[in-house]
Design a protein around this ligand. Structure first.
Ligand SMILES: [Zn+2]
Ligand SMILES: [Zn+2]
Length: 352
């Protein structure tokens, strides 16, 4: 039985392949670490810091367990600032349970999170919880993308198709949910990073501010008291703007500036207006899951038989989509639902 299991596992290598170019779709982890290093590179070399700065003042008097418990309540931006105080503070932060693990296996996520301006919205535990589970939170497949605003992993198909992972610009969120600047200041806002290493925004240059659609919707409901009141407010504002626009259009053209039709997007669509829906990739980083038990990084496997049967414009059942990712165990489960893989496996097991 053990022999047969090993044979199946080795056969999996012949029946699968690795997806290769997904890291290029979204924020490039390696480039982010080069461009936005932790502590802005100031604390990269401990030996260059004078030993006189190696204490943390009165914190030295506290038991380790106590300052660990205290530091774990801090958000990641505060922790990062604390690291810059002294060599001693840096050592204390580096010694935090969980923080060291994040630095070692998800350092690129940490650097990107801080660069995107989301440091105040995550603690060490928040980020650990979000990245430590391998599954896409929408469908359960292996998720190799981490979506900062959704605070969860996603697979490629859900990233493309599920509105949960499609951010809104701040302007669009204000329009859709009747939010004002004060309400926006109370929810996480991601400021996109522009460089040759990140996707190009369909909205042009500068940093685009993005929010999570569900968080923005909930903020709108909180501001207006209920979903119905929020929708009434948004509809009334749109009607008023259209009325005002109509009145101005009917006036004789004197020296008035060119009028722009009010933006009256009525419904949220999952399309940001670009063929590749670029906006959705601007708050996403490619992050294979680190398997603590197996001590290896899991990038996932895709089914060769499904790829042979699919085209780029695939419209068949989801379970046979060629971009799906599996762990080795997951792929063995997939064989049950993939007839062509079963035939290939039989041929491999009984070569002519
Ligand atoms: Zn998914
Ligand atoms: Zn298959």
């Amino acid at each position: 039985m053990a022999q047969r299991h090993m044979n199946i596992e080795s056969s999996v290598k012949c029946l699968t392949y690795h997806q290769t170019s997904w890291a290029e779709l979204c924020i490039n982890g390696k480039a982010i670490q080069r461009r936005f290093p932790l502590d802005n590179g100031v604390q990269q070399c401990e030996s260059t810091i004078p030993s006189s700065t190696s204490t943390v003042g009165q914190l030295d008097l506290l038991p380790v367990e106590l300052w660990h418990a205290t530091f774990l309540q801090l958000d990641l931006e505060s922790l990062t600032m604390l690291r810059t105080v002294s060599r001693g503070a840096q050592r204390m932060v580096n010694g935090l349970p969980g923080y060291q693990y994040l630095l070692k296996h998800y350092g690129h996520v940490l650097c990107a999170l801080l660069a995107l301006g989301l440091g105040p919205w995550f603690t060490v535990q928040d980020l650990l919880d979000a990245v430590s589970h391998p599954d896409c939170t929408a469908c359960g497949d292996l998720g190799v993308f981490f979506c900062f605003l959704a605070r969860s992993r996603a697979c490629y198909l859900c990233l493309r198709e599920n509105p949960k992972f499609h951010p809104l610009t701040v302007e669009r969120a204000k329009e859709e949910y009747g939010l004002n600047a004060k309400a926006i200041s109370h929810i996480p806002v991601l400021c996109t990073i522009y460089s040759t290493d990140t996707p190009v925004s369909p909205l042009g240059g500068g940093r685009t501010r993005l929010v999570d659609p569900e968080v923005a919707r909930q903020a709108g409901i909180a501001v207006h008291g209920s979903k119905q009141e929020m929708e009434k407010f948004v509809a009334a504002r749109r009607a008023s703007r259209m009325h005002h626009y109509g009145q101005q259009m009917n006036q004789p053209q004197r020296s008035t500036p060119l009028l722009t039709r009010p933006n009256i997007w009525g419904v949220f669509t999952n399309n940001d207006g670009e063929g590749d829906h670029t906006l959705r990739y601007m708050g996403v980083i490619y992050t294979p899951w680190f398997d603590r038990v197996g001590r290896q990084t899991e990038t996932g496997l895709s089914c060769l038989a499904c790829r042979e049967d699919n085209t780029y414009f695939y419209s068949g059942p989801r379970h046979r989509h060629w971009v799906r990712l599996y762990t080795t165990g997951g792929y063995i489960g997939h064989i049950e639902e993939c007839k062509k893989s079963q035939i290939k496996l039989t041929l491999l097991s009984n070569p002519i």
